[in-house]
Write a protein that binds this ligand. Structure first.
Ligand SMILES: Cc1cc2nc3c(=O)[nH]c(=O)nc-3n(C[C@H](O)[C@H](O)[C@H](O)COP(=O)(O)OP(=O)(O)OC[C@H]3O[C@@H](n4cnc5c(N)ncnc54)[C@H](O)[C@@H]3O)c2cc1C
Ligand code: SF4
Length: 564
């Protein structure tokens, strides 16, 4: 095995958190190597279909069912149109990278430089004080070793750099941040806001806080409101590693990026108990390499990170790094979901202008500060959704007529449709876990990850309540037909995977300490979703970014003090 140049730090993964680790560590003077298993992708040049019109697209933009079934069986099933002909090249090949599903499970992952920072929905919310306290209060999951106040300055630090548009609301458990001007609500969303807030004093309807720039920011262009962000954005108008953090790291002259580099394992010196470097398989040549460094940041996304930790076995760590007490891979959490749609008449004389890369959000209002008397479940949920007029692609099939007459009919804006989708907090359960299956080999001959994850009774009850409350709000706003559909029903579909190497005070109950260091391996930091001890009710990536910046600051201070 070749041993190559020593770096001060190695960052594994170039997605949302890896990009942040690279930026912070290089800006603090460290020589950093980013290892990314995926293919190279260049900002602007790599967004090959960004400006392709549907009529110029292969098969006019229809899915290539044969190709997708063969190579993208899992990825092509992702919800919200995130996988398409325009960005197929970002996603992993499922045929070449299989995994085991003990119970049905969707693992959605990219395979390019920049990771899912290219495809994410950019909804960016701070978690509230309660989110870091609930495990302790109700006993589900272990106590977080940090509180909201520990992360508060780091949320600010991250928001100021990435640029988040949104509206302050002054709610205690839905903290405000630093915002660019918000996108505008549609006429029906404004009406929904007025009605809901008038009827329920504990409920708020706000515009989605989103990492899309409503004005130029940090050398990046403002959003053109095209809402085709998951193709990539040459204006850099949404936050991604490629548009933001990696260029900032590159500017320091201290960054090296190596793509097509699959990290297999991390080596730990049994004498010093420190991580010494990483073992890598070159994805193109199959060559095995080793890179050394003083500090390692593991940012391969929750399951990628767990896979590397589980694969890192040695005499001192026979079951994988950080797995002395069999916690590694357990207590996986995410968001269960339910979606409620309604047709709301009365605004036919109104339309909205252009598109918009966000929706609306109703912050959690159930079981806040104590148990609601009428709630038969623990914790709560928030809603994300929107209200818009149906367009011709949906109405054409239901429109009678022929020729010019039909064309005129479908050129008219359709009915107003409102949608509220619940993000229900999943309770941490010991048996929701991933392990390695040594008998099944996947990409690069590595053992397959095996997922044994299910939603529980609490999530089922919460979804029923969420559907009821959503219906009440939509009816209050004048809904005619209300339809409830299961969304994000299969674990993994929500793509907010968290846990498996959770933070905690006690090494017997957790894998990481309050600074995201692996208990007992002080120079190994895990700052992606694997670190999370619970799932909250809003999207998690802003919290991962804040955790990463905080841990990088601590790591460099410790390194300078000679403690790592
Ligand atoms: C369609 C979609 C919409 C989403 N919307 C939102 C949203 O609105 N808000 C939100 O907060 N979150 C959202 N998410 C989730 C968000 O994308 C993730 O939380 C976030 O990307 C996690 O960051 P990460 O750095 O941990 O992982 P990623 O961004 O996935 O990056 C991980 C990187 O590590 C690489 N890697 C993996 N294994 C290895 C290995 N062994 N060796 C080397 N490299 C490796 C991967 O190739 C990848 O590039 C969404 C996700 C998707 C897919
Ligand atoms: S909507 Fe805005 S951020 Fe999204 S691709 Fe268009 S310009 Fe870029």
């Amino acid at each position: 095995m070749n041993q190559t140049t020593e770096f001060d730090a190695i960052v594994i993964g170039s997605g949302i958190t890896g990009g942040w680790a690279a930026k912070e560590l290089t800006e603090k003077g460290l020589k950093v190597l980013v290892l990314e298993r995926g293919k190279p992708l260049e900002h602007q040049k790599g967004y090959i279909h960004e400006f392709t019109a549907p009529w110029q697209a292969p098969m006019q933009g229809l899915p290539d069912r044969q190709l997708d079934a063969r190579d993208y069986e899992i990825q092509s099933k992702i919800e919200r149109g995130a996988f398409s002909w325009a960005n197929r090249h970002y996603w992993i090949n499922d045929r070449k990278n299989p995994y085991e599903q003990v119970k049905p499970f969707r693992w959605h992952r990219t395979d390019v430089l920049g990771g899912r920072s290219l495809t994410w929905g950019r909804q960016s919310y701070r978690w509230g004080p309660d989110d870091f306290l609930q495990n302790k209060r109700d006993g589900h999951g272990n106590d977080w070793p940090i509180r909201y106040t520990d992360l508060e300055p780091w949320y600010t630090h991250v928001e100021k750099f990435i640029g988040v548009s949104g509206a302050p609301e002054g709610l205690e458990n839905f903290p405000d941040g630093h915002y660019l001007p918000p996108f505008e609500m549609t006429a029906l969303e404004k009406h929904l806001k007025r009605t809901v807030e008038a009827k329920w004093t504990d409920r708020r309807v706000t515009i989605g806080r989103v990492a899309n720039l409503t004005e130029a920011h940090e050398g990046r262009g403002p959003c053109q409101r095209r809402a085709i962000c998951n193709r990539g954005c040459s204006f850099g108008a949404y936050f991604s590693s490629l548009s933001s953090t990696l260029p900032a790291a590159q500017k320091t002259g201290l960054l090296t990026i190596r793509t097509d580099s699959v990290v297999e394992a991390i080596d730990v010196d049994p004498a010093t108990k420190k991580a010494t470097g990483v073992r890598v398989i070159d994805a193109k040549s199959g060559e095995r390499l080793r890179f050394g460094a003083k500090v390692i940041f593991l940012n391969a996304s929750t399951y990628g990170t767990l896979q590397v930790l589980l694969q890192s076995r040695s005499a001192a760590h026979p079951n994988g790094i950080g797995n002395h007490s069999d916690v590694l891979g357990r207590y996986l959490v995410d968001h269960a979901g339910v979606g409620v749609f309604a047709e709301i008449p009365g605004f036919e004389d109104r339309n909205y202008e252009g598109r918009r890369p966000t929706g609306i959000l109703v912050p959690r209002f159930r079981n806040i500060g104590g148990q609601d008397a009428d709630a038969d479940f623990t914790r709560g949920y928030g809603f994300q959704g929107g209200a818009m007029r149906d367009d011709w692609t949906n109405t054409a099939a239901q429109t009678d007529g022929f020729g010019a007459d039909m064309k005129h009919q479908i050129a008219r804006p359709g009915k107003w449709i409102a949608f509220l989708g619940a993000f229900c907090e999943q309770l941490p359960q010991k048996d929701n876990r991933v392990v390695l299956n040594e008998n099944k080999r996947g990409g690069f001959g590595l053992p397959q990850l095996s997922f044994d994850v299910a939603y529980g009774e609490n999530e089922r009850r919460m979804k029923l309540d969420a559907a009821k409350q959503a219906e009440q709000m939509l009816v209050a706003a004048g809904a005619k037909h209300v339809v409830t559909i299961p969304v994000r029903a299969i674990p993994g579909v929500s793509i907010h995977e968290m846990g498996g190497a959770r933070m905690g005070h006690d090494p017997a109950e957790s894998v990481l300490n309050a600074h995201n260091q692996v208990h007992g391996v002080p120079n190994l930091f895990v700052t992606d979703g694997a670190a999370m001890a619970s799932s909250g009710t809003v999207n998690p990536s802003l919290t991962y970014m804040a955790l990463t910046a905080r841990a990088a600051d601590y790591a460099v201070a410790q390194l300078k003090a000679g403690a790592l």
